[in-house]
Design a protein around this ligand. Structure first.
Ligand code: UDX
Length: 439
């Protein structure tokens, strides 16, 4: 099939290359000319395991190209809209300007019989509004909503082997036509037996925000338990293991620590609350405000712990921050809990050195006030405390004996349950972690 992907940021670039991998003829439309050129040259503008290989092989197959001109989307049977929906500045609501402008410029080249497919995370009600716009301007064209659930660090696998496909469709014959087109796009994935949920626009839009809200709630639940563990001397890791053995609860997403960040969970729960308010249903989601509060409190607690191990004052203390991306295997620093902590430490007078295996350039660009170094050893040189704030494999595998030689004081704070407490304690370190006994 001929497919266009409008917006080649994180989601769109991975989607475009994956669709080419499935055998389709794909054009990725990206208004940022340098980004489109970079992608066309086979270079990924972000760090994502497996994506470079996927991009190169899709380009080499001749089935994938990139352009900055919407005119090149003309003639595609299916057009995926993959632009971002960030949080509005100073508000909880999602900023829909990119979705709206991408759809409007697509309408200039859209033809009857073609299908527009929204993949961006949007407030419920957006698809119905865009469908009116599409059919009003191009009678005979169709719109579907097909949310994307990919995780950074697993984006390629999640796109080619998703847990489920969700189609939000118009009623009647148009819905049947849209479904048939989507089934053709995803033929290989459907043939794998991937579950499909075929529904209306509103449900499809809500599936995404509900899923992210559930995940955020699960993380904040275990972090609330961590607060209780700190108050009682209990151990949150063992608690999570024990409750996680119950299939109904499950162990995944019960890792207590510095909490969630990134470009999705924080802004999605806030946008969901804002939309519920507009719909007069804000009471249904007031718990999400608490989910957000618990999450933000972990960052403050981490700074308190650092102050405690620095004898009550951070002024003039050297602190090493290991990890800055919002999660490992990513260079994404959007709403990074680690950088938030680093900045707070600096504000309280500490000399902070940050290192991250992938996010260094992004930190230098967006946080010029932070001192970024290349290795954990450089960051920790003569440090009074070492904070592990993103659980990269490189940090998990540090040898506490050798690493102990570079610091001034062997004090480690494990913000992500990344280290084996006993090994570090045996090497002479004092070990502190959120929700766990000191070692
Ligand atoms: C999330 C959803 O998982 C994905 O389905 C959706 O499409 C986009 O948003 P992502 O933002 O890539 O994906 O990251 P995710 O793996 O969900 O982690 C989000 C944050 O939660 C990270 O900061 C991570 O460190 C944190 N987290 C995750 C925890 O603190 N504890 C956990 O147990 C799991």
């Amino acid at each position: 099939m001929r497919i266009s992907v409008i917006g080649c940021g994180y989601l769109g670039a991975v989607h475009a290359a994956s669709m080419a991998q499935l055998g389709h003829d794909v054009v990725g439309i990206e208004v940022d000319v340098p980004k489109a050129e970079l992608l066309a040259s086979g270079k990924a503008p972000f760090h994502e395991p497996g994506f470079d290989e996927l991009l190169s092989s899709s380009l080499a197959s001749g089935r994938l190209r990139f352009s900055s001109a919407m005119a090149d989307a003309a003639g595609s049977q299916v057009h995926f809209v993959c632009v971002g929906t960030p949080q509005k500045r100073g508000e909880y609501a999602a900023d829909l300007r990119y979705v709206e402008s991408a759809t409007e410029s697509l309408l200039e080249v859209l033809a009857p019989g073609e299908l527009v497919v929204g993949k961006s995370t949007v407030p419920v009600g957006t698809a119905a509004r865009l469908a009116d716009l599409v059919t009003g301007k191009v009678p005979g064209a169709l719109l579907a909503w097909n949310p994307e659930f990919l995780r950074e660090g697993f984006a390629v696998q999640d796109t080619l082997h998703p847990d489920r496909l969700v189609y939000g469709l118009p009623a009647g014959a148009d819905g049947e036509t849209a479904r048939a087109l989507l089934d053709e796009v995803y033929a290989a994935i459907v043939a794998d037996g991937t579950p499909q949920v075929v529904t209306d626009y509103a449900t499809a839009e809500m599936v995404k925000t509900a899923a992210n809200s559930f995940l955020a709630t699960k993380i904040s639940f275990i972090n609330a338990m961590a607060e209780l563990c700190e108050a009682t001397g209990a151990d949150v890791k063992q608690l999570a293991d024990a409750i996680g053995y119950d299939d109904r609860i499950g162990r995944k997403f019960l890792n207590a620590g510095l909490g969630f960040g990134g470009g999705c969970l924080p802004k999605d729960i806030r946008a969901f609350m804002a939309r519920a308010g507009e719909l007069g249903a804000d009471q249904a989601l007031t718990f999400l405000r608490e989910v957000d509060n618990i999450n933000m409190r972990r960052r403050i607690r981490m700074v308190e712990l650092a102050r405690e191990v620095c004898d009550g004052s951070l002024l003039g203390k050297r602190i090493a921050v290991l990890g800055a991306a919002f999660k490992p295997d990513s260079d994404d620093i959007r709403d990074s809990p680690a950088l938030n902590v680093a900045a707070q430490l600096q504000l309280q007078g500490a000399t902070v050195r940050v290192t991250d295996p992938a996010a260094g350039d992004n930190i230098r660009r967006s946080w010029p006030q932070l001192d970024v170094v290349d290795t954990a050893e450089e960051a920790a040189a003569r440090a009074d405390a070492v904070l592990v704030l993103t659980e990269w494999k490189q940090f998990r595998e540090l040898d506490p004996v050798a690493f102990g030689q570079v610091v001034a004081r062997k004090a480690v704070l494990d913000g992500r349950q990344a280290l084996d407490r006993d090994t570090w304690v045996a090497a002479g370190w004092s070990y502190r972690a959120l929700g766990r006994r000191a070692g």
